[in-house]
Design a protein around this ligand. Structure first.
Ligand code: M6R
Length: 365
């Protein structure tokens, strides 16, 4: 049931602090500030030369963010793949390496086929799934569960952030196992994860402002999403979410790619959503925003208080998110990104939970 919400999607967005908290509790020892995986891994992270992360749609974008974390925290080379591409491109695979499959339903045909392909090539297979009785859960060597609970809205929201939580814990565990993270690093990072549910609740407070903004977005034909670092895959996710439920065309780009093509689209009719927590690359993103502003583009900046103070650009709408360590900011910035898509769809009057042409679980290749 939808509780007091108009749509399942709204309910699921609001449930995130709670279910992300449940997922966190499954993967970390909160008191000790240590990662504690609920299963024993049948491989040693020190023996893994390369990780392939394979998934579709929103799960693929969660994997993309996981790639940034595994590379940075565990110094592991990671490839991110779309399931339907991984399988047919005959990429060289080495026996004993690790393939990670991410799927809410655990029944996505392309992801399942890629899992079977990886097993044929004798890779270790680990799945991050929400439905533990699913085919992908059963057929993978190791299964890590997201505790999102049933997700009814076709647009994935809480499954995405729970996938991120599992991937963050896994990246810390890998960094620890490979000797890349000290005990102090681990406790600092785990402490950061423990803060996430509270920060997500705070991020939900941006809803009235986003609701007002959605009225303008709903008038647009195209919307651009930009970000750097983990905000880049989140920009891809924001664009997917918007087009899937509001039918407004949207594209996500790495902010640095703007001048390599998409800048040609910029005029006063195109809203540009910039996802930019104050981090090491913030200054670079500010110069990209200046390029947009100089061409009359309307910028909606999602940042924190520090970022807002630094980004002195005229005609900017700022959505202020809580201060936090930048590493795991994607979990918190996902909230306004989802809310913007949701409220725009509500203004458009579309069928938010059952968008046209889409199914919750895509069981054909
Ligand atoms: O069940 P899965 O996580 O394997 O589904 C993958 C995609 O079909 C799914 O994330 C899709 O992109 C969503 N509708 C996005 O909101």
């Amino acid at each position: 049931d939808k509780a007091n919400f108009r749509h399942f999607m709204a309910k699921e967005i609001h449930e995130q602090p709670e279910v992300v908290g449940h997922t966190l509790a499954r993967y970390v020892d909160m008191a000790a500030e240590r990662v504690l995986l609920p299963v024993n891994l049948p491989f040693d992270f020190r023996d893994i030369k390369r990780v392939s992360i394979i998934a579709c749609g929103t799960a693929n974008y969660a994997g993309y963010i996981g790639k940034y974390w595994l590379e940075r925290l565990a110094r592991l080379p990671v490839e991110i793949d779309i399931a339907s591409e991984f399988r047919y491109r005959e990429a060289p695979l080495s026996e004993g390496d690790l393939a990670i499959f991410i799927s809410q339903s655990g029944e996505t045909a392309d992801t399942l086929a890629a899992l079977r392909y990886a097993k044929e090539h004798r890779l270790h297979t680990l799945s991050v799934v929400n439905v533990t009785t699913s085919t992908i859960a059963r057929e993978s060597e190791t299964m890590l569960q997201t505790l999102a609970g049933p997700e009814i809205g076709v647009a994935s929201t809480k499954a995405f952030t729970c996938q991120l939580m599992v991937l963050a814990a896994l990246a810390i565990a890998a960094g620890k196992a490979r000797g890349e993270l000290s005990e102090e690093d681990e406790s600092r990072l785990v402490h950061g994860l423990i803060e996430i549910p509270r920060l997500m609740s705070e991020a939900l407070n941006t809803e009235p402002q986003i609701d007002r903004l959605a009225r303008d977005i709903a008038k647009s034909r195209d919307v651009l999403y930009l970000g750097r670092g983990t905000s880049y895959p989140l920009a891809l996710e924001g664009a997917l979410k918007l087009k899937e439920i509001s039918y407004i065309h949207a594209e996500g780009y790495a902010a640095g790619e703007l001048k390599h093509g998409p800048i040609a689209l910029i005029d006063e009719n195109i809203p540009v959503v910039v996802i930019a927590p104050y981090d090491r690359v913030f200054e670079k993103t500010v110069s990209n925003m200046q390029e947009v502003a100089a061409r009359g583009g309307n910028i909606i900046l999602m940042t924190d208080a520090k970022g807002a103070a630094e980004a002195t650009i005229e005609s900017l709408v700022t959505i202020i998110l809580p201060d936090m360590a930048a590493t795991f900011a994607a979990l918190v910035y996902a909230v306004p990104v989802q809310l913007l898509a949701y409220h725009t769809a509500v203004v458009m009057g579309t069928d938010v939970d059952q968008p046209r042409n889409l199914a919750k679980s895509v069981t054909v290749e």
